[in-house]
Design a protein around this ligand. Sequence first.
Ligand code: FAD
Ligand code: SF4
Ligand code: SF4
Length: 472
Amino acid sequence: MLKFVDVARDMPEKRPPNLRKQDFGEIYAEYAAAKAEEQASRCSQCGVPYCQTHCPLHNNIPDWLRLTAEGRLQEAYEVSQATNTFPEICGRICPQDRLCEGNCVIEQSGHGTVTIGSVEKYITDTAWENGWVKPIRPSRERPESVGIIGAGPGGLAAADVLRRAGVQVTIYDRYDRAGGLLTYGIPGFKLEKDVVMKRIAQLEQGGVQFVLNCNVGEDLSFDAIRGKHDAVIIATGVYKTRDLVAPGSDASGIVRAIDFLTASNRKSFGDDVPEFDTGELNAAGKRVVVIGGGDTAMDCVRTSIRQGAESVKCLYRRDRANMPGSLREVANAEEEGVEFVWLSAPNAFDGDAVTGVRVDKMRLGLPDASGRRAPELIEGSEYVEGADLVIKALGFEPEDLPKLWGVDGLEVTRWGTVKAEFTTGKTSLDGVFAVGDIVRGASLVVWAIRDGRDSAGAVLEYLGQNAMVAAE
Ligand code: FAD
Ligand code: SF4
Ligand code: SF4
């Protein structure tokens, strides 16, 4: 250990842009065993590990790094999976620069962070290859059942914990495949889909029941689910797109990011996607303009490149330093040929079928409530950016669940998210819990996993208390 002085930080090999933009495969290769051991050995085994403190799951990072450096991979896997339901997924898509790696003391001392995420991915990918990841086999079956609405990372993480405790678990989802945004939002070049499908199969083999193509509120009422189970967890995520109200914004060729990304992911599964085949949700040969500066916008620009767009531009009203998206993703996008047009905001769209975006140039003023410098309009700066496809990636808001589901008494916050205790997910309704984006607003996979695990613990306590009452 402590090799950071002699051994430089080295990420797994990244495929060159001209090759990786031809497909939807992940862009980073796997570490070779010797390289993973070498990189893990850079850790200085801090007494107070800031990496662990800043990981939402408080993963025991120094321990699994040491075990990896010593070549004790199966033990490393056991330690890593004890706190994380999907370590290989987090290793791929956590914004590590803002979480564990960004707070590594070696990074702070200028030596370059320990590559925690890549080692975490390597450990669990190796565990899968060697058959160390086993289906869930509870030591005893319990009679209680829990219904989970939403098969994204929050719902799946809760299901895993509950099923290990022997509880009967049914997950309802409106899509035809489980995984939520892991399956249909996040593109394959960040997270290949077989990684997600393997986990779903593992849960299925462990006895979790999936009821797919079931839109709760339409196909099945919330009350029916509540009546059927001893407890319910709401894990429905946030899907209402923040809209852009501007002259011409109803033109054809202006689409929502989630529709565009879902169509692309479905194509990767080999599904029949008419909106893709007609060109409505397909960037091939088009001048694409993506509006937004978050991670969803980054996924849209990079997907457009892979679909063979003629040009791809990303309009954002602040500058590079003040954008919400990961700078690592911006760098990847630029390498792949995306042009960022900073300090630019759309004010109207030309054409019945869109032909251009009218853009105002901005300058940055004083910081606003978010702490970032607020964009201010530069009068008379308007110009037209030619476009055949405009993708709106302005963020997501929660759907109005109490109204959609006709549930009285399910309290929501003023932002429309479900009101729930952060440590347990308890809502205002007895026996109903909520986790993930529907509680936090658009957030991260690792936070949804954390919520799912915490809430499952609270559900077990709730079921235990009810069982005691029934026995009295
Ligand atoms: P979701 O993953 O949204 O899952 C909710 C599930 O509930 C869905 O399957 C949905 O079909 C189902 N559902 C909703 N309503 C109903 C209903 N009425 N009946 C039945 N089922 C219903 N995070 C990262 O950490 N790293 C990233 O790189 C990253 N990239 C992202 C890229 C994109 C394009 C997007 C949109 C998000 C990204 N995120 C990323 C955020 C991350 O995906 C979410 O924070 C996370 O998936 C939230 O998990 P969840 O379980 O709360 O909800
Ligand atoms: Fe880092 Fe995410 Fe893994 Fe935590 S779960 S150690 S934040 S990559
Ligand atoms: Fe190792 Fe960095 Fe974590 Fe310290 S902060 S334990 S050096 S990974």
